[in-house]
Design a binder for this molecule. Structure first.
Ligand SMILES: *[C@@H]1O[C@H](CO)[C@@H](O)[C@H](O)[C@H]1NC(C)=O
Length: 284
């Protein structure tokens, strides 16, 4: 997982990063991801980017999300479920920030309902997708916009942009400002070696396995993997998890990390059913 929890004061980080509280058991979700090797986003280039603050035992977890309707944010299920039981987080514990790249300046929206994909598995992180319904619809303007899910075929060697507020280095802290990094998709062969269930880039996940020094990391979970058709940005993936095959290392950004992103278009039927929004409207 690529999310981080910080101590309670930090209302306003985007990607899920869990930092151990000074006393008591560590917070859940120890491996959220943040942008490594990226750059600050100039201007509000990704006006659909949402930061999620999730109150958890011992702190506040940070995750990313994307506004897909004026009252729905799409994110990773592992951001808003109990790590052990898989039970959805209470909506009262979730606040979304919209309208700014800076977590301190984002406009806050209280969640009213959390919907987690029924097939989400806390162990394998299969079906890592969830919806946050907002109590009040977001006001859409230049800084706050809806993103459509891409149904374009994503292929090996394609370059997509991951965005998030997560850790900027393995030892570092989360970022107050939204950052982006280029992620090269594939190769599928290496993804299959790491995750035998992985078939290709058109299934439930997109996989990136050759991004030395360019990666998502703790705090980036749930945030967008962005596709551009040259005219607009579309949502291709949700930052989910990464690991080094054959190792217990949780480091991000090394040459051996294989990272997986939930592919939202694969889940368009569930998203449509859960939100009541037509699939045609959700897809680009
Ligand atoms: C990121 O990818 C885009 C599109 O492929 C490219 O134009 C840009 O130069 C890349 N940026 C970096 C820093 O590599």
């Amino acid at each position: 997982m690529r999310f981080t929890i910080t101590t309670v004061s930090a209302l306003g980080f985007i990607l899920a990063v869990v930092q151990t509280a000074p006393t008591g058991p560590p917070p859940t979700a120890s491996s959220v991801q943040r942008i490594i090797g990226g750059t600050k986003v100039n201007g509000r280039a990704y006006p659909f980017a949402a930061v999620l603050n999730i109150v958890v035992p011992g702190g506040v977890a940070l995750c990313g999300g994307s506004l897909i309707a004026d009252n729905y944010i799409l994110t990773a299920a592992h951001c808003i479920t109990d790590e052990q039981s898989g039970a959805p987080t209470s909506a009262s514990a979730v606040v979304a920030g919209l309208g700014s790249n800076n977590v301190e300046k984002a406009e806050l929206y209280q969640a009213s309902k959390i919907s987690v994909h029924p097939g989400f598995d806390t162990m394998s992180l299969a079906n890592d997708v969830a919806l946050v319904q907002l109590k009040k619809s977001a006001k859409l303007d230049d800084n706050t916009q809806i993103v459509k899910l891409t149904d374009s075929k994503i292929k090996d060697n394609q370059v997509l942009q991951a965005i998030g507020w997560g850790k900027v280095s393995n030892a570092g802290s989360v970022s107050d400002d939204l950052r982006q990094v280029n992620i090269t998709v594939g190769p599928t062969s290496k993804c299959r070696e790491a995750e035998p269930d992985f078939k290709d880039q058109s299934g439930p996940t997109i996989c990136a396995a050759k991004n030395d020094n360019h990666d998502t990391c703790q705090g980036d979970s749930g945030g967008a993997l962005v596709y551009s058709d040259g005219k607009s940005f579309q949502l291709a993936g949700l930052t989910s998890y990464g690991f080094t095959p054959g190792s217990t290392s949780t480091a991000c950004g090394t040459s051996s990390v294989v990272a997986f992103y939930t592919r939202p278009a694969y889940f368009a039927d569930w998203i449509s059913k859960t939100t009541g929004i037509k699939k045609d409207t959700l897809l680009a």
